[in-house]
Design a protein around this ligand. Structure first.
Ligand SMILES: Nc1ncnc2c1ncn2[C@@H]1O[C@H](COP(=O)(O)OP(=O)(O)O)[C@@H](O)[C@H]1O
Ligand SMILES: [Mg+2]
Length: 323
């Protein structure tokens, strides 16, 4: 990261949600010559299509209905600094063209303006979507991809780097001992085992939330299984990761409840977490079968496939193979 930080080339960070893409983007900014300038983050998937061009490039007064004042776009706001374009795979082909031009020329025209604005920004982009696949389907421009992907970084999901789990647990122990006033010294063996066994669909963000949850619940000096959320303890029961807790409803049918994480009330984030949990739960109910899941959950199959890709999920991981 230190080396990447010194140059001005575009960086593309790939990885599932919660693997640390934004943290890495900030680290690149903070370790480079632009560190005293702004780091501006834009979540491309959170901005409505109709507003995104103006969000990027700004607009003149009266440029469109509702544009009652002049507005500076994120490109201009980040001038001299770093612009972090999160979820870059979610922008429309029309905007991809405009973005490419702005990146190539470091110049752009605000919506409704007849002048160009020149800027000097470093671009760090991130996505958890499969851009190569999107290029093949004509959904993402190849030229923009090459422009962004000059320096690629891939952040693996936590389940593929289980060796890091304990180091991260240690890190969060220290962090939350600071936040909550030192009280927890370590992790009991059984709890450690559960943390190692779990497959962490929400990656480091989920681990961080689990640790904070434990700090709030645990009254002893060590984290025990009792202070871990059901999702983690569920593992020992069913033999695979359960991200939602199951129980019987009054009608005798299975209910699935999803706990809202009160430590991170970011709406977009929560929506995505919920969506992911919902999809995993539905896949489990339909034994990993895409067609049935799409049918019964009333999601177009295409949308379901796109969401699976977005969250890095594989349907057959949710087949009940009897263990
Ligand atoms: N290597 C790491 N060490 C400690 N905390 C981390 C690490 N990577 C990510 N985190 C934390 O995990 C959470 C999710 O990281 P974030 O960068 O927002 O992920 P992403 O952008 O990939 O969804 C953040 O709270 C971040 O501080
Ligand atoms: Mg993020």
């Amino acid at each position: 990261i230190n080396k990447l930080a010194q140059v001005d080339t575009s960086v593309l960070i790939r990885g599932e949600s919660g693997t640390g893409k934004e943290l890495v983007a900030k680290a690149i900014h903070m370790n480079g010559p632009r560190k005293d300038e702004r780091f501006v983050a834009v979540n491309c998937s959170a901005i409505p299509e109709a507003l995104i061009e103006s969000e990027f490039f700004g607009h003149e007064k009266g440029a469109f209905t509702g544009a009652d004042g002049r507005k500076i776009g994120k490109f201009q706001y980040a001038d001299g600094g770093t612009l972090f374009l999160d979820e870059i795979g979610d922008i429309s082909p029309a905007l991809q063209v405009k973005l490419l031009r702005a990146l190539q020329e470091q110049r752009f025209t605000p919506v409704g303006a007849n002048r160009e604005v020149e800027v000097n920004v470093r671009i760090v982009a991130a996505t958890n979507r499969n851009l190569e696949e999107m290029i093949k389907k004509g959904e993402f421009r190849e030229d923009l991809f090459y422009r962004l992907n000059v320096l690629p970084i891939f952040l693996p999901p936590l389940r593929e780097r289980k060796d890091d789990v304990l180091a991260l647990v240690e890190h969060f122990l220290q962090k939350f001992n600071g936040t909550y006033g030192a009280k927890i010294q370590g992790v009991a063996d059984e709890a450690r085992e559960l943390l190692m066994k779990y497959n962490w669909p929400g990656n480091i963000r989920e681990l961080e939330n689990v640790m904070e949850h434990a700090f709030v619940i645990e009254s002893g000096a060590r984290i025990t299984p009792a202070s871990l959320p059901d999702s983690i303890r569920g593992l020992s029961r069913s033999g695979k990761s359960a991200v939602a807790s199951d129980n019987q409803g009054a009608d005798g049918k299975e209910n699935i409840s999803y706990a809202i994480n009160l430590n991170n009330l970011d709406f977009q984030n929560q929506k995505e977490e919920f969506e992911k949990h919902f999809i995993i739960s539905a896949l489990k109910v339909f034994n990993g079968r895409i067609n049935q899941t799409a049918l019964h959950a009333n999601i177009p199959k295409k949308t379901l496939l796109r969401k699976l890709e977005k969250y890095g999920l594989t349907a057959k991981d949710y087949q009940d193979d009897g263990d």
